[in-house]
Write a protein that binds this ligand. Structure first.
Ligand code: PEP
Ligand code: MG
Length: 760
């Protein structure tokens, strides 16, 4: 950059003059922007100058023009405002100057941009009328300090540029609408063959669309007439062999992930495929001249029609299995290019984000998931994050995705899907199969990590699948604050028996080797379960744990689970946690059930630990005010901020449009968490928070300030959560708490927390 002492006014004026020259001679908005960044880079003598657009609908910054970074990164490097140093500029709406960006806690590496050689960073916001338009960034190769006058100079340039950036973005969008065919290659979101959605799980994945429940899709394209009965029979037999192998692999994987000895749900599918009557029906169609695909569709129609006549929900449910089997076979029959390696990888495309559907394809080949409905707190999204599968939801247009076999490039971090990506613009998939994939975290270490300083919360982990337990242990987690046991239902439509559960819980406790494990009893919600036939007439209805008081089968299920947890307690320290306790009647039922379970185990001579703590989850506002009334009867409280935020703010956490508004940093929720914690502490009961907010660096700071005893975060965010609290001390937190309780908007809460973050 110019040395201090030069006439800034002079150099700035010249720059503006040049800018207007450039605008006059540019013929396209992206050309204008490229010329502008080139000019600034030249004037300021930096290695890099880039402009990032702010896209308010998506809360994201997108690289719009650059000199110095890779040009392929334009339109592809995106970040939320919570990400990276550029995000920090936008978040604070003020300059950020860093001598060595790599050493800064907010530094985020974007491999697409090739930022490796650039150390220093100076970013200033592009503000027009107080509204954020984007961020202007300059970078140099060597680490260096920026002087206050250099910062001021760039701020002034940015002030002149902001309007231009806003107009350029607008022009690009307008011209794409008016002349769609002539529109340039996409540089901004929403243009070209890229669909925009919401990021549900980070990472990128490339593969062919595997559309769930899309049998109808095939009807249009497959040949009805065959090429001779011998040839069609051969094709069908080969497709069956491949599908059978896939189902076996999938069963095996599910068993490993969940910890059960069978992927039970898929056994039913194998059975259907081996059914002699179905085999004969298919053969009759082939003899009649049908293609393998035509025979499958005709036979499927026959069976679906017959099943629909049978009234019971149990049989209706089977239609799903049958369709799934036939869909697998049709998929195996599709023409494929042997030379195309991406042919082997699948992107699961589904309308609903049901956890069950995540397991529709072989996990080893699952590159990514795209769903039409479901927000970031949906359980399918939580599970995808556990598994490290990129996932995008709430796409602007779903129809083009629902085409089986179409090549899709899913960017789970940016929340985008590129249709039919050209070979050159395809990044290698970051999700390289789950079987061999350990959970990643910044640091791995065996043995529990030393606790944070006194006055700060302990940090435990959330586990959804048994396979995460090993990583949790290796990363030094001090315990499991939440094991979502209902994920056991993933692989089955039958109830896990007491014995099966004892086995799994023992494995879990054994893996954690003496560190406490909180097993949450089944949190039965519609999005977690396929319709369950084992609950009699309630089968077809969505299902809610709170119905337990009226449902003997549910009462039995709960009793079996409590017994199983108690029986496992001989292996290691375990806590029982009950979800969504919303009334004293429900709590009384829980207490009676636990007492009955203890009595029955004693009577049967089955050993269990005497001191298994019982906790309840506070997930609705009405329960929050009953904490004092319940404290005597329970050992601890856990706040489920995912549900509490949604219910207290009147939002559905799966709602595609509103879910992002369920921000647990709402000042009303901050006060609610404060009150719950204060009431629990007054009765000498500890409080943990296991919602996603605990893993957000600002959320963790807020919860620490509010005096929460334990945070429980996803395994792959354990290190980040520890880092977020590392520099905190009790005195500073007390001040943050006082301030927090005075704020009146979410934005003000966030700003306060940002300013209060401890320096690394
Ligand atoms: C919560 O609601 O915050 C929670 C941890 O439970 P779940 O996300 O499983 O509903
Ligand atoms: Mg919950």
């Amino acid at each position: 950059m110019n040395e201090p002492g030069t006439s800034y006014e002079g150099s700035l004026l010249l720059t503006l003059e040049e800018i207007s020259q450039l605008v006059a001679h540019s013929h396209h908005s992206s050309e204008t922007l490229t010329n502008i960044v080139r000019l600034i880079q030249g004037r300021f003598h930096t290695a890099v100058c880039s402009v990032y657009f702010y896209v308010p609908e998506r809360g994201e910054l997108v690289l719009g023009a650059t000199v110095g970074l890779k040009s392929e990164a334009i339109g592809r490097v995106r970040m939320r405002l919570e990400e990276g140093l550029t995000g920090l500029v936008a978040q604070q709406m003020s300059p950020v100057a860093v001598a060595d960006a790599f050493a800064h806690p907010r530094f985020k590496y974007f491999p697409e941009a090739d930022e490796d050689p650039y150390h220093s960073f100076l970013g200033v916001p592009l503000l027009e009328g107080g509204t954020l338009q984007g961020v202007l960034v300059v970078q140099t190769r060597e680490p260096r300090q920026f002087s206050p006058s250099e910062v001021r100079m760039l701020v002034t340039v940015a002030a002149q540029l902001a309007a231009l950036v806003g107009d350029a973005l607008l022009l690009d969008q307008v011209s794409a609408v008016v002349h769609p065919a002539a529109a340039p290659a996409p540089t901004v979101p929403g243009i070209g063959n890229q669909l925009n959605g919401t990021s549900l799980s980070p990472g990128t994945g490339l593969g062919r669309a595997y559309v769930v429940d899309a049998v109808e899709e095939w009807r249009r394209d497959v040949p009805a007439k065959g090429r001779g009965v011998v040839e069609e029979r051969r094709r069908l037999i080969e497709a069956m062999q491949r599908a059978r192998a896939e189902i076996s692999r999938l069963s095996q994987h599910i068993s490993e992930l969940v910890g059960e000895d069978h992927g039970a749900i898929l056994q039913a599918q194998l059975m259907i495929m081996q059914d002699r009557t179905i085999e004969r029906d298919l053969d009759a169609c082939l003899e009649g001249g049908a293609s393998a695909e035509g025979a499958l569709l005709a036979t499927l129609d026959k069976y679906v029609a017959a099943l629909q006549k049978v009234a019971t929900p149990f049989f209706h449910e089977r239609i799903y299995d049958i369709k799934d089997v036939f869909h697998r076979l049709l998929w195996q029959l599709r023409p494929r290019q042997q030379t195309d390696p991406s042919d082997d990888r699948l992107v699961l495309v589904a309308r609903e984000a049901s956890v069950m559907e995540l397991f529709a394809v072989d996990l080893d080949r699952l590159a990514a998931v795209v769903v039409e409905h479901g927000g970031p707190q949906s359980h399918a999204a939580i599970l995808a994050r556990s598994l490290g599968i990129p996932m995008v939801g709430q796409l602007s247009d779903f129809a083009p995705l629902a085409q089986s076999g179409r090549l899709l490039l899913v960017d789970g971090s940016a929340g985008t899907v590129v249709l039919d990506p050209a070979p050159l613009c395809v990044m290698p998939p970051s999700n390289a199969g789950l079987a061999a994939k350990p959970l990643r975290d910044a640091e791995g270490s065996r043995g529990a990590i030393a606790p944070l300083p006194p006055g700060l919360p302990g940090i435990e982990v959330n586990i959804n699948l048994l396979y995460e337990a090993r990583s949790a242990f290796n990363l030094g987690a001090s315990g499991v604050g939440l094991y979502r046991s209902e994920f056991l239902f993933l692989a089955r439509r039958t109830l896990p028996t007491e014995e099966e559960q004892v086995e799994i819980y023992r494995k879990l406790l054994h893996t954690l080797a003496g560190r406490p494990v909180t097993i949450r009893t089944f949190d039965l919600r519609p999005d977690k379960l396929a319709a369950c036939s084992h609950f009699g007439s309630t089968a077809a209805r969505p299902f809610d744990w709170r119905l337990v008081l009226q449902s003997p089968p549910l009462q039995q299920l709960f009793q079996d689970q409590v017994r199983a947890i108690l029986r496992a307690s001989t292996v290691g320290p375990v806590r029982i946690l009950v979800p969504l306790v919303t009334s004293s009647e429900l709590l009384d039922f829980v207490l009676e059930t636990v007492a009955r379970a203890r009595d029955s185990l004693t009577a049967e001579g089955l050993p269990f630990a005497a001191d298994v703590p019982l906790g309840v989850m506070i997930e609705v506002a009405a329960a929050a005010s009953l904490v004092s009334a319940w404290a005597e009867q329970v050992s601890f409280f856990a706040i489920g901020t995912n549900d509490l935020a949604a219910s207290a703010l009147g939002l559905d956490r799966d709602d595609p449009l509103l879910a992002h508004q369920a921000d647990a940093l709402h000042p009303g929720l901050i006060r609610l968490i404060h009150d719950i914690t204060a009431d629990a502490h007054a009765a000498d009961r500890p409080v943990s928070v296991c919602g996603e907010i605990a893993a957000d660096p600002l959320g963790a700071l807020a919860l620490a300030a509010l005096g929460v005893d334990t945070l429980s975060v996803p395994v792959n965010q354990l290190t980040a959560a520890r880092q977020a609290l590392a520099g905190c001390n009790a005195t500073a937190l007390a001040e943050v708490k006082t301030q927090l309780l005075r704020q009146r908007s979410t934005k003000a809460v966030r700003t306060l927390l940002l300013q209060s973050r401890p320096c690394p």
